[in-house]
Design a binder for this molecule. Structure first.
Ligand code: UD1
Ligand code: UDP
Length: 386
């Protein structure tokens, strides 16, 4: 029996962890035991707790309650906590997801203790080191023993950084194994899509009709912490809601809610409130989010996960960033990069509604990335190249 220690902390990591956790408790119950460590990076019930029951994830064995704060302070609290748990639990593998400060903390603690790191969602790059996530993902990749890029682009980025894709086991930090088995988020969207259909009624919950609204999310620090960018994006939402007489539904990240109040003029906030077509919601559950994505005509977002889920569900997407790590969504024509440019967002909305994308190729695996990852850890998987 191999012991896996899983680090989660931010909302998307809790969601991603559901896929592997499900596989461990299912087909791999005799081979793996999972210990879950929640760093406490996200802590509001609607950013954390609500996902565990809904996604059938066991309650965390540890919660470090690291909370919010400056990057160094927050990450340092997590590193210290994870180090203590690694000493006690002596796991065979440490699983890390994505690119948050919780990911980096796990990478620093485990690499110094020679615990093999399994980085799920490795290799993604924005080529913009002003993003805290770009720092976190590069550093985490370079101390990992198993790297699982979810896309061909991720694989290629790693090759350019010197990773070999033909290495033979045993793997180590100095001779890591790199595998493209698809995306655990695709596993989850596939698995939970029908459950969402059965359990969520958007009409009852929010008075929404499928095909009659646009879905938007916004939380990237470059957008929320700069009043000019923040206002430009919200003005674009205003304009779209008026010009196309369409509701814009916005489940709001707590970071954004705080910054709306801190950075925007009272008169502009009042104008947002007065616009009955703008529907600001608290963060919603994953099943509700899937239902909202499936019912939307267009998705507008700066979220990595929401960009991809829009693609999984065949929805056109406007990306509220200058660049994306999920380049294949843009090159396939399913999404347009709009930055925080009001005119560009509105024009792109018009263009994508006039001519909706029809090509949503299968780019993220076959819905069994989690099972393949566990097989590879058992030494039974295949090494994939592109
Ligand atoms: C983090 C990740 C980001 C990821 C996002 C997912 C880093 C550097 N960033 O960004 O990559 O896309 O999570 O959602 O790790 N807050 C609350 N309640 C909570 C959590 C946060 O009120 O439960 C507020 C606090 O004011 C906090 C702010 O949100 O200061 C930012 O939280 P933080 O976890 O530092 O970064 P995110 O913006 O959530
Ligand atoms: N999500 C959710 N409720 C919300 C907003 C997002 O369940 O109110 C889910 C979404 O479906 C996706 C994930 O959270 O699976 C994306 O997380 P987020 O946008 O916070 O971070 P990112 O993916 O940009 O790191």
């Amino acid at each position: 029996m191999k012991k896996i220690l899983t680090i989660i902390g931010a909302r998307p990591q809790i969601i991603k962890a559901a896929a592997l956790s499900r596989a461990i408790r299912g087909s791999f119950a005799d081979q793996f035991q999972e210990v879950i460590v929640h760093t406490g990076q996200h802590y509001d019930a609607n950013m954390s707790e609500q996902f565990f029951a809904e996604l059938e994830i066991p309650a965390p064995d540890y919660n470090l309650r690291a909370g919010s704060g400056k990057h160094g302070e927050q990450t340092a609290r997590m590193i210290a906590g994870i180090e203590g748990i690694l000493e006690k639990e002596q796991p065979d593998y440490l699983i890390l997801y994505g690119d948050t400060n919780s990911t980096l903390a796990g990478a620093v603690a485990a690499s110094k203790m020679q615990v093999p790191i399994v980085h799920i969602e490795a290799g993604l790059r924005s080529f913009n080191k002003a993003m805290p996530e770009e720092i976190n993902r590069i550093l985490s990749d370079h101390v990992s023993t198993y790297l699982f890029p979810p896309t061909v682009a991720g694989m290629e980025n790693l090759v350019k950084e010197g990773f070999g894709i033909k290495t033979e086991p045993p793997y180590s930090m100095d001779k890591p194994g790199v595998f493209n088995v698809g995306d655990v988020m695709y596993d989850n969207s596939t698995y939970f899509s029908m459950i969402a259909d059965r359990q969520v009624n958007l009409k009852d919950a929010y008075g929404l009709e499928s095909g009659k609204y646009v879905l938007a999310t916004l939380h990237r620090n470059t957008n929320t912490d700069d009043p000019i960018r923040l206002q430009a994006i919200l003005e674009a939402f205003q304009e779209i809601s008026h010009r196309y007489e369409v509701e814009v539904v916005i489940p709001l990240h707590p970071r954004t809610r705080k910054q709306l109040e801190a950075l925007l003029e009272v008169s502009f906030r009042q104008a947002l409130e007065d616009n009955t077509r703008l529907r600001f919601l608290p963060p919603v559950s994953f099943l509700e989010m899937i239902a909202l994505e499936k019912g939307a005509t267009v998705v507008m977002t700066d979220s990595g996960g929401v960009q991809k889920e829009a693609f999984f569900f065949g929805k056109p997407c406007l990306i509220l960033r200058a660049e994306t790590e999920w380049v294949e969504i843009v090159t396939s024509g399913a999404a347009l990069l709009c930055d925080a440019d009001k005119e560009l967002i509105v024009a792109s909305f018009q263009a994508i509604v006039a001519q909706p994308p029809t090509d949503f190729p299968l780019l993220y695996g076959n819905g069994d990335a989690a099972g393949q990852i566990l097989q590879i850890l058992l030494g039974e998987g295949r090494e994939l190249t592109h």
